[in-house]
Design a protein around this ligand. Structure first.
Ligand SMILES: Cc1cc2nc3c(=O)[nH]c(=O)nc-3n(C[C@H](O)[C@H](O)[C@H](O)COP(=O)(O)OP(=O)(O)OC[C@H]3O[C@@H](n4cnc5c(N)ncnc54)[C@H](O)[C@@H]3O)c2cc1C
Length: 460
């Protein structure tokens, strides 16, 4: 036992030392997790709208292709350009604040974290946030990035207006009142319709959240899934399939005073201690079920706790989370239990080496064409793997997606994470896709904003 702990501490230190020597370049040419290397022939970092326009005109004139890079947090090469890459990290900041309407307009390179901190100083907040806030607002809305809560939509649903520079170099101001059709297409568009240079967000009064973690058995969790989903304002489930454990994390609005977050530091240490075992599990896959049961019982990764803090501190979990590959698949919330059961059976029956938790979150339906919650309340299953082989990725991520298709769950993927699908499967899942592609053709007739992945995915 002592030897195992020694090994875990040395592996942990090793990982930390390696990480300290990798300093991020500006703009990032490696995506988050260093899984995709960007190697464009040219990188532009404009700091004014005029510079953005001249990059577009120049690319049009010279037959180049452009992709816009946010913070590079997407898992696949969706932001990758083999040609010209535009990073807006110098085109950031608050453009306009409308106190009376509780709206803020930000430049395209602004991160979610920068926006929420600015809002907090003015007594405002965004109603729901994802698990980190280092992404740019524009990158996040472009992939329908979301938090959790049956009454809360993804980030793109908070947008009341945006400015888009199209593939013909034209600037469009889009909102429900102005070009409402293009607006619905552009909100979640993976950079396919042009460069989003400005975004206006509808804010709400700042609020505090009480977060609590309730440990449950996985069987109880699955049995009670529909009621658990509505048992708080923002509910998410962290499950571990081999040990049969589950954590129900509820975040509820509260007037209570802010508590210390010492409990998060304990959780942080626990998750760090877990990493060496995960590392071992990726080499000794046949021992994986025992390793996961060991982690669950000895490290107790789901301890009960409760804390109160400002909403954005609670939405964004502070504990360390081992870097991992993820795919996220949304199904109709009414089919959540069946989809989760299907996943569990598939993993346990085939002894798939799943060495991290599986997360379940909930997102309210919307009317944004390429949103995974388009016209249906969503149950989002996040499948995670630590240090996986290609074989595991396809026997788990791709196999589960294909099984959901086969069983008529009409799954929709998160475009900011791993996906591997046929274009015709997109047509089945997104009824407005033909109209989206028609608008894409009109706004970008020369395919200025296409890259290889987008061509393959959308069959262009
Ligand atoms: C640690 C981690 C935690 C995460 N947590 C969550 C979570 O809780 N919920 C969730 O839903 N997702 C989550 N994600 C996924 C993440 O939110 C998305 O991948 C998001 O798109 C990343 O934003 P970005 O700024 O890094 O954009 P990038 O990854 O750089 O780009 C994403 C897409 O947006 C396009 N784009 C970027 N900027 C513009 C622009 N100005 N105009 C036009 N197109 C543009 C790019 O071309 C690309 O197609 C997480 C990712 C990581 C790495």
């Amino acid at each position: 036992m002592a030897a195992l702990w020694m090994l875990s501490v040395s592996l942990l230190l090793g990982a930390w030392v390696i990480d300290s020597f990798i300093s991020p370049s500006q703009p990032p040419l490696l995506n988050f997790g260093h899984l995709v290397f960007f190697d464009p022939s040219k990188v532009h970092t404009p700091s004014t709208k005029e510079e953005i326009l001249s990059i577009v005109y120049d690319a049009l004139e010279n037959g180049h292709h452009i992709r816009v890079l946010g913070s590079g947090h997407s898992r696949l090469a969706i932001a990758l350009s083999e040609d010209v890459m535009v990073s807006l990290h110098k085109y950031r900041g608050i453009f306009k604040f409308d106190k009376a309407a509780s709206q803020v307009t930000v430049k395209g390179g602004t991160t979610i974290g920068e926006v929420v901190r600015y809002l907090d100083e003015r007594g405002l907040a965004l109603p729901s946030l994802p698990a980190i806030t280092d992404q740019t607002i524009t990158g996040a809305i472009s992939t329908a990035t979301h938090g959790t809560g049956v009454e809360f939509g993804n980030l793109a649903t908070m947008v009341t207006g945006l400015e888009l520079v199209t593939g013909e170099g034209e600037t469009l101001s889009l909102s429900e009142a102005n070009h409402p059709i293009i607006f619905k297409a552009a909100l979640v568009s993976m950079g396919l319709l042009g460069v989003i240079t400005k975004v206006t967000l509808q804010c709400v009064p700042a609020f505090r959240l009480q977060e609590s973690l309730e440990p449950l058995s996985l069987d109880d969790c699955i049995r009670q899934l529909p009621t658990l989903a509505t048992s708080g304002h923002h509910v998410k489930l962290w499950t571990e399939l081999y040990s049969g454990t589950c954590a129900v994390i509820r975040m509820n609005r509260t007037e209570q005073e802010v508590t210390g977050n010492g409990v998060m530091r304990i959780l942080d240490i626990k998750w760090r201690l877990m990493e060496p075992f995960l590392f071992l599990s990726s080499w000794f896959q046949s021992q994986l079920p025992s390793i996961m049961r060991f982690i669950a019982s000895y490290i107790n990764i789901f301890p009960a706790y409760s804390l109160v803090d400002k909403s954005y501190n609670v939405f964004v979990p502070t504990p360390y989370f081992p870097s991992n590959l993820q795919t996220e698949i949304a199904v109709d919330r009414s089919k959540c239990t069946d989809a989760f059961q299907l996943l569990r059976n598939m993993v346990l029956d085939n002894r798939i080496p799943v060495n991290l938790i599986t997360e379940v979150r909930f997102v309210r339906s919307d009317d944004i064409w390429l949103s995974p919650s388009y016209q249906r309340d969503g149950c989002y299953l996040t499948l995670m793997l630590y240090n996986p082989s290609d074989k595991t990725v396809s026997s788990y991520f791709s196999a589960f997606y294909q099984e959901l298709v086969r069983m008529n769950f009409t799954p929709r993927v998160h475009f900011g994470k791993y996906f591997d699908l046929e274009p015709h499967q997109l047509y089945d899942a997104y009824p407005r896709l033909p109209e989206f592609l028609k608008i894409r053709q009109e706004l970008d007739p020369s395919g200025l904003f296409l890259n290889q992945l987008m061509r393959t995915t959308f069959g262009l």
